[in-house]
Unconditional design. Sequence first.
Length: 254
Amino acid sequence: MKRFLGYGLLGLLTFLLFLLLLAPAGLVLDLLDERLPDLDVQAVDGTAIKGSAWGVNWRDTPVRRLNWDWQPFALLGGWLEFKLDVDDPEAKLIGNAAIGWGNRLRFRDFSGRLLLVKLSTLAGQPKSPLQGVVEFSLRELSLNADGLPQSAYGVVYLLNLRAMLSQELNLGDFVAQLSPATAGVGIQGMVKDNNAPLELEGTLNVSPDGRYRFSGSAAVRDAGNQALRQALNLLGPPGGDGRWKLDFSGILAR
């Protein structure tokens, strides 16, 4: 009887795998549409386990092509995982993305390059006067069902950062080293400039409920950069060391 049940279960699993291999690529898009409302796709090709989508648009952000490849061994850990490859002139993303119980999201070995404006739009954050390019290499990033970051490990670069105020201010290049918070809950980021016009160093903390706080200090690297100095003076006068103390906090949009 046990042998009969074993053969029966093996046959059922084989049949289900056969169905999955034949499932159309639209099955993956249906899954994404549940997680990403208002997702628009012009065309799809392939199957549910390995396919492509063209003309993807979400939150008014177009992507020329999205490729995916199912990672079956992730099922052993309770994750439905795909290797994603986003191909677009303004964005390049590649890595593993997975959906777990409770609509949790996990990204592993995920790297890419895209405009800061596009990243803010995709993350649902309000429009910012900052412009530049974001490059990142994340060993892991986890989000809860509301899309709020819970933990992260990796590095993020902000390149050619500019503030579009009454006049364009060149701020420079910056790097943030992300790691789990010391308490084991949330994210901590060590932020520093890379010989930028704006000298910057500080710590970013993000809690699981979306609250964030940045504490640090800034200075003008070139004493002759009056435009940047005037902008920093909006924060008040600098300290005796010539640096401005920074302390910003808020809540990430969901």
